[in-house]
Design a protein around this ligand. Sequence first.
Ligand code: GLC
Length: 474
Amino acid sequence: MKVLYAVSECKPFLASGGLGDVAGSLPQALRKRLVGCRVVMPLYDGIKQEYKDEMKFITHISVPVAWRRQYCGIFELRRNGVVYYFLDNQYYFKREGIYGHYDDAERFAFFSRAVLEIIPFIDFKPDIIHCNDWQTALVPVYYSAIYATMPGYENIKTVFTIHNIQYQGKYGNELLEDVIGLSENDRRLLEYDGCINFMKGAIEAANKVTTVSPSYAKEILDPWYSHGLDTILNERSWKLQGILNGIGYDMYDPATDKDIYAHYSADKPKNKAKNKAMMQKEFGLEVKPDVPVVAMVSRLVAHKGFDLVKAVLEEIICTSDAQFIILGTGEWQFESFFKDIASRYPGRVSLTLAFRPDLASKIYAGSDIFLMPSKSEPCGLSQMIALRYGSIPVVRETGGLRDTVFDSGLGEGNGFTFPTYNAHDMMHALRRAFEGYSDHDGWQILVKRAMSCDCSWAKSANEYIKMYKELIKG
Ligand code: GLC
């Protein structure tokens, strides 16, 4: 079986969020299970030179972008058993960052078209093209509108995974002919609510639509979660499936992580205390072994639940001895709230406004509790990393959080959860965690259980393989 995994970001080359993590670990997990999985992504300027030096030039082709043609260089790199293709066009990708340019629609229309155009030149005819989020959503659309009947492209099945339904690639209708290069006949594939909607196109055209947790697959059928796409998803719910993400177990391992202060594992947890003390010192918290440290590593945006935190944090600080450590950047209202509270509670609240994976590792390793009160969460990787590092998650029961964290009040759980999106319910869950923490021996058992949870790709990679096989069988 051959799978071409098309994606707009991928670790370790260049990534801005969880999508890059998944692209950096799922293909390797598939390869280990003998699926021929190759990855294709844009050759961004921001990719480190050391990777660019390793790339081998294969050839260049020209790719149609509506009525124009654009250069596309094809580069190849092999890493941990996976072949990666990088598609080069300096006009589109020699820019700062990954997204956020005025012509993103055209950049990713080009990339999606190129994913299909390279197939005759890479000696790899896929059975499945697996696309991810709006940036590659046009691949299934182009395949069904143009390529399905072309020689050399027969019998390819397309899979589209929704990692975040909030970003759909919505544009004005005028893009159809001049940027996307499809005719009026194909408008029905892409049009939704009076606009061109890339994600809607993929939901129509792909053979299978997946999302990154079973709970989120159900939630997005509801307008509260769907950002307007519930109508089309309900119509196509027969091809929708939720498959939980895993995390790369070699990427996130407290027994080998070079960024943490001291290594530890579920069987040898002693050094976790050392990580806590060193972290407290480095991040300006009072060095106290017996108070719970609550961590948040996240983009500081409303849907991650920061409005709940804002509403009750001061009350929690005043009624407990807990410390708080926050790492991330985001909306001004939350950045300034945390700045204010960190300045008023020195030694109790530590704030670092940055996106720094190395500091994130130190915080996963050094904290006791990991707070994730998201309003919605397609899967969420941080709670799984927290489990692996023995930081007990406190989460709202939504999406992937609901599918990975189980309340220990019920006996054999691995964290604390609350169902409603409500600040005092969150506070209550945190208080239960603090109570749990005060029972030293019980907490050690909980930490060990959390660290022993299986959040690897083992189970989910097999689910993907099963789904691919069913698609191929037809
Ligand atoms: C997006 C989602 C997150 C998910 C990740 C990887 O970033 O917001 O919940 O874990 O994609 O699928």
